[in-house]
Ligand binder design. Sequence first.
Ligand SMILES: Nc1ncnc2c1ncn2[C@@H]1O[C@H](COP(=O)(O)OP(=O)(O)O)[C@@H](O)[C@H]1O
Ligand SMILES: O=c1ccn([C@H]2C[C@H](O)[C@@H](COP(=O)(O)O)O2)c(=O)[nH]1
Length: 228
Amino acid sequence: MLSPSQGKLVRNGEERKSVICIEGNIASGKTTCLEYFSKTSNIEVLTEPVSKWRNVQGHNPLALMYQDPERWGLTLQTYVQLTMLDRHLSTVAAPVRMMERSIYSAKYIFVENLYKSGKMPEVDFAVLSEWFEWIVKNIAIPVDLIVYLQTTPQTCYERLKQRCREEERVIPMEYLEAIHNLYEDWLIKQTSFKVPAPVLVISADDDLQKMLHQYEENRERILTARRA
Ligand SMILES: Nc1ncnc2c1ncn2[C@@H]1O[C@H](COP(=O)(O)OP(=O)(O)O)[C@@H](O)[C@H]1O
Ligand SMILES: O=c1ccn([C@H]2C[C@H](O)[C@@H](COP(=O)(O)O)O2)c(=O)[nH]1
């Protein structure tokens, strides 16, 4: 249940739990990272609700967006915003919640990319932006740490091809470069949008074995992240 506290709606009983968001380009290895940490007791992992984006009451807004972003970008991103908000507000039993992406990257990276690339009409961008601003102003969406899996767009392109998700066959290298640049501006240069939590950067171009080693090296830092 949501209750008012200091001017915002807050999820009851979740105040003392920590929230880690795993951020990174498409196919950078976020799901693989979450799978690894899901074996740790005391962590509850929440993957991105991609299956919902591929099937809402028999419709596939993810596929529609890639086929015709001007027409369907608003539809997909409205649903992404709703489902990510639902993820942020879900109750978890464990003291640490590890989430794939966030409502923040949905707006600051994907909506921004559609708009900046001329594929989202100004009115659609305005509507989504007002929705987003209302949500973050009125509902507490705490994040304690952002783990940024930093890759080259080339690495993501190779992994994307290997994963072979049907809807993503049309993604060109330029799309991954645009998403990469937006992530770098947001989380590394910190010049575009407010960063809601400290950022831990992990180089993620390495093979799986080396990645697991890096996760071990950073385990303590990740699991002890707490907001002030
Ligand atoms: N370090 C890695 N080296 C090589 N392949 C990887 C690595 N991490 C993930 N993969 C593979 O790359 C693809 C995308 O990984 P995934 O974890 O689904 O990315 P994301 O969740 O960020 O989209 C998958 O096929 C996965 O098995
Ligand atoms: O706000 C968003 C978030 C994600 N997407 C797309 C990008 C990918 O095709 C899928 C899932 O991303 P992964 O990086 O593989 O988890 O959803 C989007 O269009 N908008």
